[in-house]
Design a protein around this ligand. Structure first.
Ligand SMILES: Nc1nc2c(ncn2[C@@H]2O[C@H](COP(=O)(O)OP(=O)(O)OP(=O)(O)O)[C@@H](O)[C@H]2O)c(=O)[nH]1
Ligand SMILES: [Mg+2]
Length: 149
């Protein structure tokens, strides 16, 4: 499958859990240690975003993807993305605010941070735990992965 989706976000943003939810897998915590191409998603460790010397790994990986999903944990107040980071990618970048179910969630701050990161397209608000917003994102995922290559 060539129509992959790159998941990028800070450490613990919920990339792997969201992937499991969208693929109807059981939600099992597993720290991502390296780039994982084993599904329609390219999953990566949050360190690749949090440590600037790894930015190039994300940019390189995006060439194997049809779209980049920038995840921002709704419980996180500081922005893990550098300003206008989305403009470094030659693929469309959309935003996903994760963990909206959490009692400390502040989705507005997360959305604002994603806009500062240069995301102009749609921003989805989801909870992999409760399933909030997942159906809409799953529909979007299907539209991408069913495109002819
Ligand atoms: N409340 C809540 N917790 C979540 C949700 N999604 C993920 N988590 C929790 O957040 C933690 C990190 O989730 P991961 O999916 O491993 O995060 P990640 O972005 O893959 O992290 P790295 O692989 O370290 O980069 C886990 O303890 C998850 O259970 C959610 O929708 N709601
Ligand atoms: Mg992970």
């Amino acid at each position: 499958m060539k129509n992959k989706i790159l998941l990028m976000g800070g450490i613990g943003a919920g990339k792997t859990t969201l992937k499991q939810r969208l693929l109807n897998e059981s939600l099992v915590y597993l720290k991502t240690q390296s780039l994982d191409y084993s599904s329609i998603f390219i999953d990566c460790p949050g360190e690749y975003l949090e440590i600037p010397r790894y930015y190039h790994v994300l940019i390189d990986a995006s060439f194997g993807a049809v779209e980049v999903w920038a995840l921002h944990d709704a419980t996180r107040r500081n922005c893990p993305f550098p300003p206008k980071f989305a403009t470094a990618f030659r693929r469309p970048v959309i935003g996903v605010v994760t963990k909206v179910d959490h009692c400390d969630a502040c989705p507005d701050i997360a959305e604002n941070n994603l806009r500062k990161a240069g995301i102009v397209g749609q921003i989805y608000h989801v909870s992999a735990k409760t399933g909030d917003g997942i159906q809409e994102l799953a529909l979007h995922m299907s539209s991408l992965t069913s495109q002819s290559e």
